[in-house]
Design a protein around this ligand. Structure first.
Ligand code: 5GP
Ligand code: ZN
Length: 117
């Protein structure tokens, strides 16, 4: 397990910080965002620590694929897959990334405009 002691999401994986978990696989975890921006707003992470999507994609294609498939499974479970949902990887501070453990936002349950701003 690749883990960093001072990483918020590693601490959620380790159950040191509580989160409302909605879906879990051997290598991924999905939990509700503490500050939801839509009726469905979950975060999907690999349990191993990679700082962002670029690092994950460069290091482990299989795990990157599992994160994508978990994100879709969450959308299906939440009942938003049919109406449409958004999967977002903010990558880097300029794109709004604030937690540097790669995560996919899964947003749905309302109309979503584009571009997001
Ligand atoms: P980013 O800005 O890095 O793309 O997204 C980080 C997300 O993590 C934000 O949407 C923020 O609301 C969420 N977040 C920050 N701290 C916590 C926390 O302690 N628990 C949960 N469940 N979400 C958090
Ligand atoms: Zn981490």
């Amino acid at each position: 397990m690749v883990s960093e002691t001072d990483c918020l999401f590693c601490r959620i994986v380790a159950k040191e910080i509580p989160a409302e978990i909605v879906y879990e696989t051997d290598r991924t975890l999905a939990f509700r965002d503490v500050n939801p921006q839509a009726p469905t707003h979950a975060l999907v992470i690999p349990k191993d620590h990679y700082p962002d999507a670029a690092a994950l994609a460069a290091a482990d294609h299989g795990l990157a694929d599992e994160v994508l498939r978990t994100a879709h499974a969450v959308a299906e479970q939440e009942g938003v897959a049919g109406s449409g949902y958004r999967m977002v990887f903010n990558t880097g501070p300029g794109a709004g990334q604030t937690v540097f453990h790669v995560h996919a936002h899964v947003l749905g349950g309302r109309g979503l405009t584009w571009p997001p701003g």
